[in-house]
Design a protein around this ligand. Structure first.
Ligand code: G3P
Length: 229
């Protein structure tokens, strides 16, 4: 499963990229507003930090302007994935850009029917919003299961299920169990994935017991027999 980070905070992106576990980045207009920086400069910098797909969302909602914005954004770097909303105009833009070889992330997907349309429009990614469905009392993870099942039934579909609006590690683990291709997570959720109290407890015990040996690994020469192998 690919891990994307859902943020426009460059310091966070650099930090998470240094773990070697980051496959891409997603941004949206709300995250860009929070970053308070020139959008195109920001996307260009992110694309230098991460080699994988970097989603940059169009601002307009009409076909002509969205298409022009999408083409403009795609010129920033080859790893830009143009993000368009799941509307009739957005999907028309998706088809056009996909035909030109541009990666497209169709966002704001809240139903299986919408996900089928995104695949038919040639989307590289479809972004179903798990947390926002949960927020209104619907089953966000249930939607992921439906989309994965449908896409799996049609081997010719190349659109990847990019689980978005992830709020906790359970969203991530359940999506992975279903076989979703990508998860985009806020930095805080990615950091939560590492955490387990038994890991901390076990490590403290090992560190304490090692201290009792009075040894250091790096001060010991490699035994001659092992070095010869
Ligand atoms: O970027 C799209 C999505 O991940 C937003 O998440 O937490 O604002 O619902 P959230």
């Amino acid at each position: 499963m690919k891990f994307f980070v859902d943020t426009a905070d460059l310091a966070e992106i650099r930090d998470l990229a240094s773990t070697g576990l980051l496959d891409g980045v997603t941004t949206n207009p709300s995250l860009v507003a929070k970053a308070g920086r020139s959008f195109l400069d920001l996307v260009a910098e992110i694309c230098e930090v991460v080699t994988g797909p970097v989603s940059a969302e169009v601002a307009a909602t009409d076909y002509e302007t969205m298409l022009a914005e999408g083409k403009h954004l795609a010129k920033i770097a080859p790893n830009v994935a143009v993000k368009v909303p799941l509307t009739p105009a957005g999907l028309k833009v998706c088809r056009h850009l996909a035909n030109e070889g541009t990666m497209v992330n169709v966002t704001l997907c809240f139903s299986a029917a919408q996900a089928i349309l995104a695949a038919k429009a040639g989307a590289t990614f479809v972004s179903p919003f798990v947390g926002r469905l949960d927020d209104v009392g619907q089953n966000g993870l249930g939607l992921i299961a439906e989309i994965v099942q449908i896409y799996d039934s049609y081997p010719q579909i190349t659109t990847e299920v990019l689980v978005a609006s992830i709020r906790n590690p359970i969203h991530l683990v359940e999506s992975a169990k279903m076989g979703a291709h990508v998860a985009t997570m806020p930095p805080a959720v990615i950091r939560q994935l590492y955490a387990h109290p038994l890991t901390d407890k076990g490590l403290s015990q090992f560190v304490a017991d090692w201290a009792k040996t009075g040894q250091t690994i790096l001060d010991q020469p490699i035994p001659r027999r092992a070095a010869a192998e």
